[in-house]
Design a protein around this ligand. Sequence first.
Ligand SMILES: Nc1nc2c(ncn2[C@@H]2O[C@H](COP(=O)(O)OP(=O)(O)OP(=O)(O)O)[C@@H](O)[C@H]2O)c(=O)[nH]1
Ligand SMILES: [Mg+2]
Length: 204
Amino acid sequence: MAIFNMKKREIECKVVYYGPGRCGKTTNLEYIHKAFSKQVEGDLVSIDTEGDRTLFFDFLPMGLGKIKGCDVRVQLYTVPGQVQYASTRKLVLRGVDGVVFVADSLQVRREKNALSLKDLHGNLKDYGLNITKIPLVMQYNKRDLADEGLPIMSIEQMDKDLNRQLKAPAFPGSALKGDGVGVALKEILKQTLKHLQKELKWAQ
Ligand SMILES: Nc1nc2c(ncn2[C@@H]2O[C@H](COP(=O)(O)OP(=O)(O)OP(=O)(O)O)[C@@H](O)[C@H]2O)c(=O)[nH]1
Ligand SMILES: [Mg+2]
């Protein structure tokens, strides 16, 4: 849930990168930290890691300038994807305004993507949020692995598996190379701010 501080004329919202273990959530934030240095308002903070595995969360604050005289800030988070960190994932999702679901394009990760999306659906529901109504963007990550001869799923297959009903904007990409990261980020920010503007009207 976004925080509207009318006295300070500030709006703060939260976008969470969600998805199965090793799908590339942290790599997305690492790329954003490098590529959007103008908007980034601090370091990429990784709370508790083991090698490249997130055990708690990553956090990156960004400033998006002004909307109707208010400073807009967004906090990007990643959840730990490993199955056993279910309660931490739920905790990180608390107060979410927008979600980027990062799916792994590798064929062997097909079931893990579906399970993670189901987990997201359930956690949002527990917070009284509907996955079909909140700002949501899909990123089909690791498309570059096809160049290395690894078997990846087609976009059509991934759409069918994950996005048939949701019909969220979906972006193929490679967080490692930075492909598709910026467009997915811009789309979720656009959707989230649009959603917040509606809420703001309600609050007035
Ligand atoms: N080839 C390729 N490798 C990627 C891509 N994105 C991430 N990786 C690699 O996949 C591994 C896991 O990436 P992370 O970003 O740590 O994955 P995560 O989703 O944060 O994983 P958890 O923290 O365990 O949930 C790392 O070795 C990354 O370099 C990509 O687009 N292409
Ligand atoms: Mg991670």
